[in-house]
Design a protein around this ligand. Structure first.
Ligand SMILES: [Zn+2]
Length: 415
């Protein structure tokens, strides 16, 4: 029998008392979201149990704090969001994981012990011991039809299934196919950005912008900045406009290849500046925001709030594309240009096997390719490292990004 050891983990529960008291206290201070009563607490857990013998366990070396993690911690969502039906509790969040293999199931080669690995967090058919569904067969792993089936609890990716805990812990379990071996030439800090790279890469492929076209990247957090860097490498003839909230984001956007970075507010000015840059005239309504007669070929909207989508529709040209990468609580907005300009709105969720230049590879392997053969370097977006025991400071650094100039925040010590 294997000796069970305790490991430290940030455990999140759906305890109603903790949820309600945290929400109420947050009206007095946002620190309540990570306070003594909050749903997320540092605890000791037994080390991970393998759901099947083709799983392995990695010791965590780095874990990024993802937008989806802090949206959950800061309760930025609605209870009628259908995603609530696709997750299980308790959870250990964190899906941007670099680790080292320390234990393997009987069906995994023991040679993997000691390997430096990167987690593909999607909990699609193969990880659940199921034959691939129609979407998994096509490599569309984020659209798997079996997120509630098989031998692990419901959840779409590591961190939101109670049996596939994430990287806010000393150890992380995963199916052997989820762990990519990290090439020696790639550092831990480069590797830990692979998950958000893959999200942005997937978005830009659906569809790619026309050569010599003009695009808007809306939002310059991690996903927006990575979208800019990827566009610059993949489509050097395309003019990249960016809309940023903070000065530190604008500076990074320029360093990563944006041709012009505009302030996100006021939205009227943003629309006017995009009209100037695209040589478009403005159609002014009786009230509200103008619509461009022309505009950008595509918007990659990494915010996807009612406000940004209202602007997207006004600055996208006829037959252009809006790619929706983020999620914000729903609100109403004026959307007539959608029908009038025959704009396509495309949702973009996660990543899987991606086709680029006639080759099909997992998005995470494309990132390795971009680093090794296309000179991509995006590590300048890593702004803070914290020990996991200082998680309260780490999350508040994200929350106060205007003051802290945070972009990507990492946990680098789990003891
Ligand atoms: Zn599937």
């Amino acid at each position: 029998m294997r000796e069970v050891v305790d490991v430290r983990a940030l455990v999140t529960t759906n305890n109603p008392f903790r949820l309600v008291s945290t929400k109420l206290l947050s009206y007095f201070s946002p620190k309540a979201f990570v306070g003594w009563q909050s749903p997320m607490q540092l605890q000791k857990l037994p080390d991970p149990t393998l759901p099947a013998q083709d799983w392995l366990v990695a010791k965590t070396r780095l874990c990024g704090l993802c937008g989806s993690d802090y949206k959950q911690v800061f309760m930025n969502g609605r209870v009628d969001n259908p995603m609530t039906s696709m997750i299980s509790w308790p959870q250990v969040l964190g899906q941007e994981v670099v680790g080292e293999v320390i234990r393997t199931g009987d069906d995994v080669s023991a040679h993997r012990i000691g390997e430096r690995v990167l987690l593909n967090p999607w909990l699609s058919c193969v990880t659940r011991g199921l034959p691939p569904c129609e979407f998994c067969q096509q490599g569309k792993l984020a659209q798997c039809l079996n997120f509630s089936a098989g031998h692990i609890e419901r959840g779409i990716h590591q961190g939101n299934s109670s049996s596939a805990t994430g990287g806010f812990a000393e150890q992380v379990p995963g199916h052997e196919s989820q762990w990519f071996t990290i090439p020696d030439a790639i550092s831990d800090e480069e590797a830990v950005l692979d998950d958000p790279f893959s999200v942005s890469f997937h978005a830009i492929l659906k569809p790619p912008p026309p050569e010599h076209g003009t695009v808007l990247v809306y939002g310059c957090g991690t996903l927006g900045l990575l979208a800019i860097a990827i566009l610059q490498v993949m489509h050097p003839t395309v003019t990249i406009l960016a809309a940023a909230r903070y000065d530190h984001q604008a500076k990074l956007a320029t360093q990563l290849g944006a041709h012009l970075v505009l302030p996100h507010h006021p939205t009227r000015n943003l629309i006017h500046r995009i009209a100037e840059e695209t040589g478009s005239s403005l159609n002014e309504p009786w009230v509200g925001l103008p619509m461009l007669n022309g505009g950008v070929d595509a918007v990659y909207d990494t915010v996807s709030s009612a406000e940004t989508m209202e602007v997207d529709l006004r600055v996208t040209r006829s037959f252009g594309t809006m790619v929706i990468i983020g999620v914000e609580p729903a609100k109403t907005f004026e959307w007539t240009p959608l029908y009038f300009k025959e704009i396509s709105i495309i949702g973009s969720n996660g990543f899987g096997i991606e086709e680029f230049e006639g080759q099909r590879k997992h998005a995470m392997e494309w990132y390795f390719d971009f680093i090794e053969h296309r000179a991509l370097d995006v590590t300048l977006i890593i702004t803070y490292h914290y020990a996991m025991r200082d998680y309260r400071s780490a999350f508040m650094t994200c929350y106060n990004q205007g003051k802290s100039s945070a972009v990507k925040v990492l946990f680098n010590n789990f003891s």
